[in-house]
Ligand binder design. Structure first.
Ligand code: CP
Length: 306
């Protein structure tokens, strides 16, 4: 039995197989419509979510399975003091697989250590968001045609943005990857990402503050929201929140084939006027999230569809 805590839990070959499966699911949805008949997915969300929880639920329903769960800690017995370890023991009596989001880094890992069913990390604090990474890799590979030889701009809250941390960890395993890390000084990537991931693996990267300087060089721009919920005080958040706003004028600086991704939710960092630009693929990206999660559920439940 396997869990998914980090994108590194899959080898590059396994990731390739999972993305191939996701592409096949998109092309042949009927083939998979009963693959999980009789199976149940539990979504244990101790933190708010729209895309991750609903796309997990849609994914299981598309596979013929059922879903159960909670969408906030307040509506579960966590509010009475129940531990994550006890909760997963209970949930394993009711479901075959579980997706867990938690504000504390490492909480899904703790659950996995006590779980007789596969546990998927659906986002843990400012740490990792591996299923968003599967979504991002699927979007990039499908729309750009490759995961190698890319210059990727990561922009915004690189300190608290768990999607960024997971994506960097996953992409450094491909060849010819170069990052431009675009953030204000206070929101730079954590030093463990800079030193233990990028420098250790000799990945080419630069850190800049101005989005305008990076735009002409990019194959992909990955925008992120400033993570309000991770700030210690409101004043700092207010000062940072509109640091970057991608608008139509800035998009004129970007190559004609650059793609704009965003894990969403968006606040102000991408102006709505950019939504009609064919390079803006963030809503398509959210759709790819359903196929990626369907492929993940099949993989972890070891369901084969011929
Ligand atoms: N991308 C993402 O994790 O969105 P939600 O917070 O809505 O799940």
């Amino acid at each position: 039995m396997r869990h998914l805590m980090s994108p590194l839990d899959f080898s590059v070959e396994e990731l390739d197989q999972l993305l191939n499966l996701a592409n096949d699911i998109e092309a042949n949805p009927k083939k998979y419509a009963h693959a999980c008949d009789g199976k149940k997915l539990a979504t244990l969300f101790y933190e708010p979510s729209t895309r991750t929880r609903l796309s997990f639920e849609a994914a299981m329903m598309n596979l013929g399975g059922n879903v159960l769960g909670f969408s906030s800690a307040d509506s579960s017995s966590a509010s009475k003091g129940e531990s994550v370890a006890d909760t997963i023991r209970m949930v394993a009596c009711y479901a075959d697989i579980c997706a867990m989001r938690h504000p504390k880094e490492g909480a899904p890992l703790v659950a996995s250590l006590h779980s007789p069913i596969p546990v998927i990390n659906a986002g843990d604090g400012g740490h990792q968001h591996p299923t968003q990474t599967l979504t991002d890799l699927l979007t990039i590979r499908t729309l750009k045609g490759r995961l190698n030889n890319l210059t990727i701009g990561l922009c915004g809250d690189l300190k608290f943005g768990r999607t960024v941390h997971s994506l960097i960890n996953a992409l450094v395993r491909y060849t010819g990857i170069r990052f431009i890390l675009i953030s204000p000084e206070e929101l730079r990537v954590p030093s463990y990402i800079r030193e233990d991931v990028l420098r250790k693996k000799n990945i080419e990267f630069e850190e800049v503050e101005r989005l305008e300087d990076a735009l002409p060089k990019l194959d992909l721009l990955y925008m992120t929201r400033v993570q309000k919920e991770r700030f210690f005080n409101e004043e700092d958040y207010v000062r940072m929140k509109d640091f970057y706003i991608l608008d139509r004028k800035k998009m004129e600086l970007a190559p004609k084939d650059m793609l704009v991704l965003h894990p969403l939710p968006r606040v102000n960092e991408i102006s709505v006027e950019v939504d009609d630009d064919p390079r803006a693929v963030y809503f398509k990206q959210a759709q790819f999230g359903v196929y990626a999660r369907m492929a993940l559920i099949l993989t972890l439940l070891e369901v084969k569809v011929c």
